[in-house]
Every structure is written in C-alpha cells, then in structure tokens.
Write a protein that binds this ligand. Structure first.
Ligand code: ARG
Length: 469
C-alpha cells in the first residue's frame, strides 16, 4: 500500500497523521526531554549489549554508541531540536540517530520497547535525584547542627498544645529536626533500593525472542538487580509512589520547622530576627519584614502531597501491563523533585544565615512563666511526697501566684514552707530555668550533658562537609 512516509511515526498500519490537537495532547516531549541523558545512557548500554550478544555486529554497536554520543554533544551545544512530531524523548533520539546513521540507526530498538525504556530512564533519573536530595538533607542537617552547637546553653520555652510547658536547650529543639532529616535520609535510601531495579529487556510486556542479556545492561547502568517478571517490570510505578511518600514526609518536616520559624520571627514570640538576605518587605507597610521563605516552604508542601495522591490515583485502576496513564508519572516526579530540592536549599540557607536567635528575648521568655512548676513537684517527690499530692499542691500554688501576679521564684521561703515543710532554701536554685533544663538527664532529654553528647555524635557522623564558616 502506498503510504506517505511522513504521515505517521507508526507502522504502515497507519495511513494518516494525528489530528494536530491530539498530537499535542499525546506528546510528552515537552517535559520528558528532561530524561535525555538517561535515555542516551540506557540506549548506549542497550546497543553495547546487542553487539556483545551478537544481535548486531560489534561495528554496528560502535556506530550506534558514537551516534548516541553525538546526540549528547548536540544537546550540550543546543543544536539537538526535538519537535512535537517526535512525541517523546525516546522517538526524538531514535529519529535523530537514524538521520545520523541511516539504516544502522533503525537497529537500536531491537529487543526493547518504549515501555521498558521509559521505565529504565525514569529510574535512572530518580536514582540520581535521590542522591542529590540526600546531599540537600545533609546540608540542612549541618546548618541545623552548626546553629545547635552555638546554642546548647541558650534556653527556649518548650511547648505542648502551643502552651508553655518546660524550658529546653535550644540545641535540643534543633536536634529534633536533625533526627527527622536523618529518618528522611534513611527512608530515601530504602526507597532507592527499589528504584534501583532494571526493567530493561522486559520489552513491551512479555519479554523478547531476541537473544538479549538483561543482566549486562542492568550491570552497565549500575542497577542492583533486574525485575524478575516482565509484566511487573513495565507496569510497576510503586517506586514513584514510595519516593513521593518519602518526599511528602520531607516536606511535612520542613513545613513544621517553617511554622516554628514563622512564629519565632513574629513580634509576639520575638525569638529570632530575620536577616535582610532572607527576608522580604511589604510594598505598602514600611515596617514589615516578612518570613517569605518558611511561608513558601509551608505552602509548597501541598504540591508534593498532591503528587502523592495523584500518583496513587493514576495507578490504582490500571490492568497489566503498560498503560499510557503512566506517562503522567513524569510531571509529578519532576515537580516533586524540584520542589523538595528548592525547599531544602532555601531552608538550609535560612538556618545558615537567615535567622539570628535573640538570646535576651529567649532568656526573658523562659524566666517569666510557670514552666518550672513541674520541677517544684519533682522537688517534693525527691523528698518523699507522692507525685500526685505534690502535683495538686503546686497547682494550687500556681493559681495563687496567677491571682497575685507573681512568679514562683518571687515567693518568700515562708510561703513555700507554709505549703509544705519539706521546702528549704535550695528550692530557688531548683526552679531556675537553667537548673530545670540541666536536671533533665534522662536519656534523650534536654539536659545539657546529653545534648552535648548528641551534638558530638551528629558532628562525628556528618563531619564538617559544607559547614558554613
Ligand atoms: N511517553 C511514554 C511515557 O512516558 C513512553 C512510553 C510509551 N509507550 C507506549 N507504548 N505508548 O510513558
């Protein structure tokens, strides 16, 4: 049958090209061009394997590799120009390769399909991104650690229900976020193990009669193992969901930290000032200094959570094996990764140079409340009073102080002894905020000694790489 060869990318089964609007609707080249390097890497490995397995000659394999490397060079020079008719990055590369090599170019796609190809590309891309995000998380940990090391003895009110609870070492507070970031890193490392499986060679869905060697391509591309089942290989997007779930937790942590930074920077808390390099003004109110960075991080978390739900919804009704729905995984992953990375960088900079803690405001805050009330009860407990009884007594005392507008530290010894004969003059030292913090020596508590040990452990593990000077 006579066919206009320019009419369609497809086999001779097709007589007409796509409707222009459908061509636009169908194409992924507008975004999957981001996978170009990985597509070239995957194709180079595939071509070499075909040569080694005798599917094509070694000379042809060399030609294919050279052609693919030329496309890489053209891309670097800005002269590789895919167009809409290429549909996606895979076709764009194959088209250019055939322009460059003629008939040999047409041999590249032997024994594979775009279905296993795209899965390979996305995994190679995501694996690299996970490594970059791990570096971003480490930078944030170092920024937090460096701040924490300077503020072991700085006290900050600790809250529950956003009500003053007990004073803390500021370092202890910051260490909590270092721990969260560590879990994020561990989680991503675990996700990476399942990203690092090679689907290449599953072909369209059922494998191929071509005598390929999947293990060669997998090894060359640095994959840990190959998918055992070809159907699963081309239709598994669990790794994308898992990544987005891990990324969502990263953003959830960043968003909580952001919320604290926003509160701390407010007039009401006044625990930090924002440096000019990391704050913005108002177009109308000249006095304003706004915490745009943490606000944006808090706001952007929703995008990543949204991608997680989007991916889950995208895969949940799909019959085996490949379905075009999968093309939708890319924009979610691309935006998810870009968002996580941008937020991690901004937060790291915020803690490297954007926030200055205000020791005087912090000291005033911990001195002027009833956050030492538990310690009064603990004082009595240490002198044999049952905790619940002590708790009741101190509650009554706080009530009186509130009514009189005084603080516990201002009560004369007589009043204490009236309440309970076990009180002696050392009660005043016991309820000093510093002592209140120091006394919490239980493992993982805010006591200075324990905090110093934790800081040292993290410093030991993280080293000084990227430590801001
Ligand atoms: N652009 C497609 C994607 O991103 C590539 C795979 C297409 N495969 C197919 N049989 N239509 O998923």
């Amino acid at each position: 049958m006579a066919v206009d060869s320019s009419a369609s990318t497809w086999s001779e089964r097709f007589e007409q090209g796509l409707h222009p609007a459908i061509e636009r609707f169908n194409a992924s080249i507008g975004f999957d061009i981001a996978l170009l390097q990985e597509d070239l890497d995957g194709s180079v490995a595939h071509a070499r394997m075909l040569g080694r397995c005798g599917v094509i000659s070694e000379a042809e394999a060399h030609q294919l590799v050279a052609g693919l490397e030329q496309i890489r060079a053209e891309a670097a020079a800005g002269s590789f120009k895919p167009d809409l008719a290429d549909e996606d990055v895979h076709f764009a590369v194959e088209r250019r390769l055939t322009e460059l090599l003629g008939a040999v170019g047409k041999k590249l796609h032997t024994g594979r399909s775009r279905n296993d190809q795209v899965g390979t590309d996305v995994r190679l891309w995501l694996r690299r991104q996970i490594d970059a995000i791990d570096g971003d998380l480490e930078r944030l940990q170092l920024a937090l650690l460096t701040q924490a090391e300077q503020h072991v003895e700085t006290l900050i009110p600790g809250y529950t229900h956003l009500q003053r609870a007990q004073p803390l070492s500021l370092a202890h507070h910051l260490l909590a976020y270092i721990e969260m970031a560590q879990r994020d890193r561990d989680r991503l490392a675990d996700v990476r193990r399942r990203v690092n499986l090679c689907p290449l060679g599953a072909a369209a869905l059922a494998g191929t009669p071509v005598p390929i060697d999947r293990r060669q391509t997998a090894a060359e591309l640095g994959f840990e193992a190959i998918y055992a089942n070809s159907l699963d290989a081309v239709s598994d997007r669990d790794f994308a969901v898992e990544f987005m779930a891990a990324a969502s937790l990263v953003l959830a942590h960043l968003s909580r930290l952001s919320e604290e930074a926003i509160l701390w920077a407010s007039e009401e808390f006044g625990f930090v000032t924002l440096t000019d390099r990391c704050a913005t003004g108002s177009s109308l109110m000249p006095q304003k200094k706004n915490p745009d960075v943490p606000e944006l991080v808090r706001g952007k978390s929703g995008r990543v959570f949204g991608h997680l739900i989007g991916l889950l919804t995208m895969i949940k009704g799909l019959p085996l094996a490949y379905n075009k729905d999968f093309q939708e995984d890319k924009e979610a992953l691309f935006d998810g990764v870009a968002t996580v990375r941008a937020c991690l960088e901004a937060m790291a900079i915020l803690f490297e140079e954007g926030l200055e803690f205000r020791p005087q405001r912090l000291a005033a805050a911990v001195a002027a409340d009833f956050a030492n009330a538990t310690d009064v009860a603990d004082y009595l407990v240490a002198r044999g009073v049952p905790f619940r009884e002590a708790y009741q007594l101190v509650g009554g005392l706080v009530k009186t102080c509130v009514a009189e507008g005084t603080l516990l530290r201002d009560l004369p010894l007589g009043r204490w002894q009236q309440l309970h004969p076990a009180f002696e003059s050392d009660i005043f030292a016991a309820i000093e905020p510093r002592q209140v913090v120091a006394a919490r020596r239980s493992e993982g508590g805010t006591g200075f000694e324990g905090v110093r040990q934790q800081l040292a452990a993290h410093r030991n593990r993280l080293g000084t790489v990227g430590r801001p000077t």
